[in-house]
Design a protein around this ligand. Structure first.
Ligand SMILES: NC(=O)c1ccc[n+]([C@@H]2O[C@H](COP(=O)([O-])OP(=O)(O)OC[C@H]3O[C@@H](n4cnc5c(N)ncnc54)[C@H](OP(=O)(O)O)[C@@H]3O)[C@@H](O)[C@H]2O)c1
Length: 285
């Protein structure tokens, strides 16, 4: 894959956040194999040494750090002269009943999943506008358009990210910069392990025992998180991201995996019916 620029045909350049594991890691390798110049990033630079060995450029980028994204974007343009694609992938799932979730934890969830994506987009957009082309793929989730009890913080951050993506797309249309919302269903990564770890931060009231049963790893494992029925592998998501990046006819949003029916149901079912279905699930134990 090449892109035409003043100096002739060159390899396109992609910046990826959250590459230490899961979807970001697999996507960095997939872009690298396709001949892209890959800037793989993570909060801890040493966690992506293997990607450097594989041929990626690597850099420290914590999406909550006000300076990191700008430093990496400037470096890419210094070294490659352009930024063709930003894959905003960094994120995690703060689970827990909303009443038991300290507001500070909700703020942190938005800081990474929402403000982080905005911060990195702002760092690359001046360059994309100047070159008159570019693509931002924001990693939302099926929970960007539907909900599940116990995942309200995560879903809220992804719903907000959906609004950001849709608005940006229209605002940027005069500059030939495209924005796509990626909506994976469950993907087997480190996501579930970290989400379970977030339970420790909850302030238990005793009123939501169904939550602690549903998310009890000894009982259900990670079957309501990244290992749910119909989960896919990070490489499957990487394949879709490459397809989007290399296509000239892109979708505005793309669901990955069989959970598209869940999103569809979220849309077509009246709210009352959806709520009753979820209440039944709550009683699963
Ligand atoms: N797995 C799923 O079921 C699923 C489904 C739908 C959507 N998603 C979305 O897919 C994206 C990737 O998740 P994953 O499943 O691949 O999980 P993962 O294996 O846990 O990877 C998450 C990545 O995000 C990084 N990250 C976390 N906080 C960060 C920060 N402040 N700055 C920069 N990077 C940060 C992590 O880096 P550290 O290791 O250094 O913390 C890690 O590299 C997330 O946006 C997630 O919401 C996942």
């Amino acid at each position: 894959m090449t892109v035409a620029c003043e100096s002739g045909d060159v390899s396109p350049t992609v910046l990826i956040t959250g590459c230490s594991s899961g979807i970001g890691h697999a996507t960095a390798l997939a872009f690298n194999e396709r001949g892209w110049e890959v800037y793989a990033t993570a909060p801890d630079r040493s966690s992506i040494d293997d990607l450097e060995e594989a041929g990626c450029h690597v850099a420290k980028l914590d999406v909550t750090d006000p300076g990191d994204a700008g430093v990496v974007a400037d470096r890419i343009v210094d070294e490659q002269g352009r930024i063709d694609c930003l894959f905003n992938n960094a994120g995690y799932g703060q689970i827990g009943p909303l009443e038991e979730l300290p507001t500070e934890q909700l703020r942190e969830q938005f800081e990474v999943n929402y403000f982080g994506a905005h911060r990195v987009a702002r760092a690359v957009l001046p360059y994309m506008r100047e070159q008159g082309s570019g693509l931002i793929v924001n990693t939302s989730s099926v929970y960007g358009r539907t909900i599940l009890m116990g995942q309200g913080a995560y879903a809220s951050s992804k719903w907000a990210l959906e609004a950001l993506s849709d608005t940006l797309r229209v605002e940027l249309s005069d500059h030939d910069v495209d924005v796509v919302s990626l909506e994976p269903g469950p993907v087997e990564t480190e996501f579930g392990e970290r989400a379970i770890g977030e339970i420790d931060k909850l302030e238990r009231t005793g009123a939501y025992e169904w939550f602690y049963t549903l998310f009890d790893t000894r009982r259900y494992g990670r079957r309501l998180i990244d290992r749910a029925l119909g989960h896919v592998q990070p490489e499957d998501v990487a394949e879709v991201v490459i397809e989007i990046a290399e296509s000239e006819d892109r979708p505005r949003r793309r669901i990955v995996g069989p959970w598209k029916y869940m999103v569809w149901l979220g849309y077509v079912l009246p709210d009352g019916v959806r709520d009753r279905a979820l209440e039944l699930l709550k009683r699963l134990p």
